[in-house]
Write a protein that binds this ligand. Structure first.
Ligand code: ATP
Length: 276
């Protein structure tokens, strides 16, 4: 992740793809003061970025800009290297917004809420296939909620509901997960198991995370004591699940391939020479 306003935060050579890039992004709600002004942010493949900031600092606004729900007044937003206006591959992005509380009479079941993640932004309801149902089962299994599948979402506890929303975000097997305060209102024990689960997903499933949280202890325990960068009241903490070894290896592979090609072309010259 790089984030800077004015000065550039130094970061070594890195072979990982840019997943989120914001350049000089500004935003204000109609007729109000600027919430975000000239923000630069780069989140790379397999980064885990934790965002901490006081109430009203602009965290949710920033998440909504990144997932295309708000259009910035200025600057550019790219996802996986593509300008957001042209980005179509929304299945690669899972987004869990700030907690919604459901009326206990809300008619959808857990399975229906999870399956609705397949429709993404198209809002086009298509006939679900056997493979789609299997994806739903897999996502519920990953979140440990398969036994709740027939219950109404409104009848679940806050922690169970969060698992449902995470399963909904996971159903398309995303490469980027954006979570906005996923553990608000959840008891400490469930928070711990939730964090354990997302750390596991980060370390073993190569998912890139951007997570807003008020839980400074959790953020520090996983992402380190100090923020990697700050922008106004927003503090960005960072951990990679990769290290530069990946890049060294990929450079090495690249060099070896180059060497092999050189040797092969020499061999051809020799063979051509022999032929003559
Ligand atoms: N729909 C809206 N219309 C007008 N102003 C808004 C709207 N949503 C948020 N704001 C204002 O924008 C600023 C940033 O709000 P935002 O929700 O992004 O903050 P936040 O950092 O996520 O806060 P919190 O920690 O309380 O969730 C606040 O001053 C808020 O009052």
């Amino acid at each position: 992740m790089e984030q800077h306003s004015g000065g550039v935060l130094e970061r070594g050579a890195d072979c990982h793809q840019d997943v989120i890039s914001l350049e000089n992004v500004s935003f204000s709600y109609q007729g109000q003061r600027q919430v975000i002004d000239g923000l630069n942010l780069t989140v790379k493949e397999r980064d885990f970025v934790g965002l901490i900031g006081s109430n009203g600092a602009g965290k949710t606004t920033l998440m909504r800009i990144i997932v295309g729900l708000l259009k910035p007044d200025g600057g550019s937003v790219r996802l996986f290297g593509q300008p957001i206006a042209e980005f179509k591959d929304w299945n690669r992005v899972g987004y869990v917004p700030q907690k919604n509380s459901f009326n206990p009479l809300f008619p959808a079941t857990v399975r229906e809420v999870v399956m609705s993640g397949l429709y993404g932004r198209s809002k086009l309801f298509r006939r679900l296939t056997k493979a789609d149902y299997q994806k739903g089962e897999d996502a519920m299994h990953a979140m440990g909620i398969e036994e709740l599948s027939a219950k109404r979402i409104g009848q679940l506890s806050g922690g169970q509901q969060q698992r449902v929303f995470l399963a909904r975000a996971l159903i398309n097997n995303p490469s980027l997960l954006i979570l906005d305060e996923p553990t608000v209102g959840i008891d400490t024990e469930t928070q711990e198991s939730f964090f354990h689960m997302i750390k596991h997903m980060h370390q073993h499933h190569n998912i890139t995370f951007l997570m807003v949280s008020h839980d400074l202890d959790m953020i520090r325990s996983y992402l380190g004591e100090r923020p990697a960068s700050e922008y106004g009241k927003l503090k960005f903490y960072l951990k990679h699940s990769h290290d530069l070894q990946d890049c060294v290896e990929s450079d090495l592979t690249h060099s070896l391939r180059g060497l092999r090609q050189q040797m092969e072309s020499r061999k051809e010259v020799v063979e051509v020479g022999n032929f003559r």
